[in-house]
Design a protein around this ligand. Structure first.
Ligand SMILES: Cc1cc2nc3c(=O)[nH]c(=O)nc-3n(C[C@H](O)[C@H](O)[C@H](O)COP(=O)(O)OP(=O)(O)OC[C@H]3O[C@@H](n4cnc5c(N)ncnc54)[C@H](O)[C@@H]3O)c2cc1C
Length: 596
């Protein structure tokens, strides 16, 4: 029998005082890894609620609102000093279909069966021959399909507005070939976390971003009575026995104190995935070594695998792991900006952002990859610089489309793009990972791109940007944390000379770059960090249709739920699955029996 919780009024007051102080300081918590071992059940609890949710992003926020509005008391713990997770940094392009009111108004015929069919179609492949949906878990997709339209109406009902009147196929989430489902959230006039300022008035009516998604949901959650504990990092999940019995609550770290929060009904893991945890992600793909340090969405929030580790410590299983290393979609991306640590193409940290001090530089947005060469640690080119990311299946991409037919693959022109694979190939010296990739360019490229190669655009202090008057000196200057071997000056000189000869000849004999355009000849010369960016997590905890977490025997762990990027079995990028699974998890967490 579980002991009765003993929460004294003194404990509650103490916790409340600590909470208030931390929020007032506005300091980011220092990362503390989750426990790898199941913790002993606590002797006392500092706080309690029916449902305790870890993470306030795309999955956590709807879960909180749904559970609270159904009548459960809800505490959300959030490691960061603000809500939102990656969702608030996102472009908020959301493919929720299945027969939404907007689809109906636009005359688009969609239903849960069509969503299910689309997202389980084995026959859909990308131009590189990889499949989008083959490894999805059908139970999880069925639950998504059945709750897709409801999740959309839930968003609308809780203040989220959209800029498009009818769904389209624009933006990156693979969401099925049959009908348009993509909606784009109105950015609104909240200060953006990226800039600290509202979206420019001239484009506010047409711009989509995650502030417009998460701020209305935050307001709705607070209005409903959800309690947020910011700067509270979950360290461990308590279960009656290390690998048996129901889940009792969580341990959190806050301002140097360890607190225990009891969950009378359920704990929901909504921690956003594992891509920022080097050792965890390397279980799926050994190439993903530490130099891939520019995870999209960082430094606002990390994906440190804490939810997965804490759940595994009490017996949870992982699921659908093939999706993590599938060569489709935007899991691994070419950076859109160079010369900074966080170069994800669709996120620019500007001075004014509350996390700019950690981001340190905005980066130089690359308009034309003809303006530079990309080299590895040894100063050697490895691929056509204009090469791009893997692709993902969207509306009408295969046309004509025959569900479940061999004809679909015949309709896709085989056109492998190995840019990412070449960038991650490494030096052939027994080390994993591709090492840093550097963009090398000259003063003329700076003029053509209209770059300002100085802080705050580039990160000189942390070694993500270098400049010199000769190519050889540039190579000598590249000294930083992830450059584990010196770049031989003669090698970089030879690379630049050979590339310039390709420009003169109008043909790239090494990598087939279409008509190389510009020589690299006019000093000063520059080296800017251009290493691939990890975007999101596609494998996570094993869940069932109710988002209950399951153990290695396929049995439900009573009282433990999960949604979003921390949940496995679903290869779709981004918000739609996360929001929908939060919606499902909140509903079923509420219906759990109260533990004695
Ligand atoms: C720049 C960018 C653009 C994107 N654009 C799109 C888009 O246009 N469309 C789309 O569909 N998707 C997009 N995505 C992806 C989408 O934002 C994510 O897939 C989604 O937000 C993940 O939801 P989540 O709830 O799983 O995690 P998150 O939204 O990241 O939330 C997880 C939360 O958990 C907190 N947390 C983690 N560990 C702990 C802990 N131990 N204790 C307490 N709290 C913890 C984190 O701080 C975070 O707040 C984008 C992502 C990024 C980064």
């Amino acid at each position: 029998m579980a002991p009765k919780s003993r929460i004294s009024r003194r404990d509650l007051l103490k916790t409340a005082a600590v909470t208030g102080a931390a929020v007032a300081t506005g300091q980011l918590p220092s990362p503390t890894p989750a426990l790898a071992q199941a913790p002993q059940r606590p002797r006392s609890w500092h706080r309690e609620a029916d449902v305790v949710i870890i993470g306030s992003g795309a999955a956590g926020m709807p879960a909180a609102i749904v559970a609270r509005e159904a009548g459960s008391s809800v505490i959300v713990v959030e490691a960061h000093n603000d809500i939102g997770g990656h969702a608030i940094c996102s472009g908020a392009n959301i493919p929720l279909g299945g027969g939404t009111s907007v689809q109906k108004r636009a005359g688009i015929v969609d239903n849960p069966d069509l969503v299910f069919q689309d997202l389980t179609d084995w026959s859909v492949v990308q131009p590189n021959g990889f499949p989008d949906y083959r490894y999805n878990d059908h139970e999880i997709i069925r639950a998504f399909a059945d709750n897709c339209a409801q999740t959309f109406e839930f968003l609308v009902g809780h203040g989220v507005k959209f800029v498009n009147e009818k769904p389209d196929g624009r933006a990156g989430s693979a969401h099925g070939n049959s009908v348009p489902r993509q909606m784009h959230v109105w950015a609104g006039d909240w200060p953006q976390v990226q800039t600290g300022r509202p979206t420019d008035a001239s484009v506010r009516a047409t711009t989509s971003n995650g502030n417009g998604l998460m701020r209305p949901l935050e307001a709705a959650a607070k209005k409903a009575g959800v309690e947020f504990l910011l700067e509270h990092r979950m360290l461990a999940i308590y279960r009656e026995e290390p690998h048996a019995g129901r889940v009792l609550g969580i341990q959190v770290r806050h301002n140097g104190n360890t607190l225990n929060i009891r969950a009378r009904k359920a704990v929901i893991v909504a921690t956003g995935g594992v891509s920022g945890n080097v050792n965890f992600r390397r279980m799926f793909d050994p190439r993903l070594t530490e130099e891939y340090c520019g995870l999209a969405g960082m430094p606002w929030s990390d994906q440190d695998a804490s939810g997965e580790l804490a759940s595994m410590a009490i017996g949870a299983s992982l699921w659908g792991l093939a999706n993590f290393s599938s060569e489709t979609g935007s899991g691994l991306t070419k950076p859109g900006k160079i010369g900074c640590q966080y170069g994800y193409v669709n996120l620019t940290w500007m001075p004014g952002s509350p996390v700019f001090a950690q981001a340190r530089a905005s980066g130089l947005r690359v308009g034309d990859w003809q303006n530079l060469v990309l080299v590895n640690m040894l100063g050697k080119r490895f691929y056509d610089e204009t090469g791009d990311d893997f692709t993902g299946n969207q509306y009408n991409q295969i046309n004509p489309y025959h569900p479940g037919s061999y004809l679909n693959a015949k309709n896709v022109k085989y056109n492998p793009n190995n840019f990412i694979n070449a960038a991650m190939a490494g030096l052939g010296d027994g080390h994993n990972g591709g090492g840093p990739i550097w963009a090398i360019f000259d003063a003329d490229a700076v003029s053509r791109e209209q770059w300002t190669p100085e802080p705050p655009h580039v990160d000189l202090d942390a070694g993500f940007f270098f400049t010199a008057n000769t190519v050889a000196d540039l190579a000598r200057k590249i000294v930083m944390k992830y450059q584990r071997v010196p770049m031989p000056p003669a090698a970089l000189e030879a690379t630049v000379a050979r590339y310039n000869s390709f420009v003169d000849a109008g043909r790239d004999d090494d990598f087939g770059k279409p008509t190389p355009k510009y020589t690299i000849a006019k000093p000063p010369f520059y080296a800017a960090w251009a290493t691939p960016v990890i975007h999101d997590t596609r494998g996570g905890l094993r869940i069932n249709a109710r988002c209950q977490v399951m153990d290695m025997n396929g049995a439900v762990i009573p009282g433990l739920f999960c949604g979003g990027e921390s949940a496995g079995g679903f290869s779709m990028h981004g918000l739609a699955r996360c929001l929908c699974q939060g919606y499902i998890a909140g509903r079923y967490a509420h219906t759990e029996k109260i533990s004695s």
